[in-house]
Ligand binder design. Sequence first.
Ligand code: CA
Length: 700
Amino acid sequence: MTTRRRNALDGARITLCVGMLVSGLAGGSAHAAEPNGKPVDGARIANADAEPGNWLSYGRTYSEQRYSPLARINDKNAGSLGLAWFADLDTNRAQEATPLIVDGVIYISTAWSLVKAYDARSGRLIWAYDPQVHRELGLNACCDVGNRGVAAWNHKIFVGAYDGRLIALDAATGTPVWSTLTVDTSKPYTITQAPRVIKGRVIIGNSGGEYGTRGYISAYDAETGKLAWRFFTVPGDPSKPFENEAMARAAKTWSGEWWKLGGGGPVWDAISFDPLLNLVYFGVGNGVQWSRAARSAGTGDNLYLSSIVALNADTGEYVWHYQATPGEEWDFDAVQQLVLADLKVGGKIRHVLMQANKNGFFYVLDRKSGALISAKPIVPVTWASGVDVKSGRPIENKDARYSETGKPVDVKPGPLGAHNWQPMAFSPDTGLVYIPAQQVPITYIPLPKLPVAPLGWNLNVALASIPAQDQGFLLAWDPVHQQEAWRVAYRGPWNGGVVTTRGNIVAQGDAAGNFNVYRADTGEKLWSMFAQSGIIAAPSTFEVGGEQYLAVLSGWGGSYALSGGKAAAMSGNLRNVSRLLVFKLGGTAVLPPLEPRVLVINPPPEPADATSIAHGEPLYDQYCSACHGEHAVGGGVVPDLRASNFLAMDFFYNIVLDGALKDAGMAAFKSALSRDDATAIRNFIIHRANQDGKNAPTAP
Ligand code: CA
């Protein structure tokens, strides 16, 4: 079998013999992830425990537990872990993917939706694919340009490209088989989610709610890319016929002219599947604008925002929903991982679905009916005092509704959530859920109703962080009794996803750049290695040639990092050293020395025009801060503008207005900003740079 490797940088094609390479590996383990010639299909994913050497789907199984039956690495020997091999990546930001392992090959996606295949044991690159996403679309990245992973099915690998294409690649060669545009490119849709393949169809949603899109989830035929079904999460223009009964019912919960800005409700992360019930579950994001007063005339639950929804897997028809945050206005997306498990609750086995929601509550639902079984806070929560189990509704603190009180309010959790997309894991052995939990409160400052901006976020609320209160920890949670079992504190929030195994271990990378292994039952730290860069991705584990490995991507980024260095420095490491890291017992590979991080702030003199600076600050907040950081303090992902040489040059206008650096990810803002506006932003940044000068916070 021959295959081609595509070089992502120069497009050169090199022929090499992958079949020989992979089949030359020694086998001999019952768990071996060697090629067996069988295509990945629903039976293999549903029976993943029969081949634990592989990791065939984003959460390993359709239940998304991220629990592996492998136990060669365990609580007795984890102390002798070491690096087996590593591979440098060619995109240096926001690595969020969970590696898939199919029959001896690791498949990952990276920032900007690049896909790569490696020999799982040797680390040799087999092929690389670059979908050539236009970098100026980085403008629509609320939360960076990461990609959470690929899906495998019938000798194909699927990636949701950042620009909205769903692409099928030949698993052996990386050559595109088909590509389907899943979005209206006139709207600011993006994709960062890992696709799942269910019953021969690739399931994918999209992001972009903060900018003004209408959310939906779609199913495409895995062989042809043809659309099979689509379910919108928000009703459209009520003067036109609704797509289905679920939309007609939802429209009764909205007011005003929500459809003009799309309503939001993106399906940007969780998807799981129960083959017995034939239900697909997914989470829905929050609405646009954030302020309910601006979005829906201040009233209504606004279905199906911030909800968990179950659909018939064959038809995409609505079956049930549970809305975690009715009438949402704090950015409480309900898209966090949905874990299916069978739990003994009150002496009875319940088939449940679990979610550690951004809003701070841990939900246990009956996955057949959607009925709430229990909900308790996993961190301090101030927007609600609890959840009424009978009605399923939160008991709100009225002060938290800034759009009604008209007053600024500090709220826990804030928009980054008690738990975000970083995957949690559930161990049937310990009965515990391991949650990358955090406390990141924020001050919501209500604004008068603003006109809709053509570019950037449309929230209709201003935000101020409270970095001194930021915390991050690995939380072991008992979902039956809804109580904490143990926790491990980190320096700050925005730590990595989690995996757990039958070996009684939990593995998690952290924002300070360490990769850690703990005892699953007690939280005792067994081993840790400095990986040089913040880790936000989740590990997976696999076995090949009789050896068990742990694999994880390093590479700092995502929304907490973009929101600014002042907060992100809390987490301890602002470096982007993007790599695929693979660990094994007795591994001896060594990372190259780390270059020092230097930030030189040497700005032009303080601008004389105080009015212009004052005009520039809110413009900076609206158009620049989402990527370049609050108060113009960078978070280590994109350039720190205080240190930019362009502040002293008129080329600044070519960049900001005309898109001179669009190929590097900086879009043109001339449709939103005048030259005077750009001058005001420039003056504000120069002012901030002069304020900080040599006292600027430097990253560890
Ligand atoms: Ca959101």
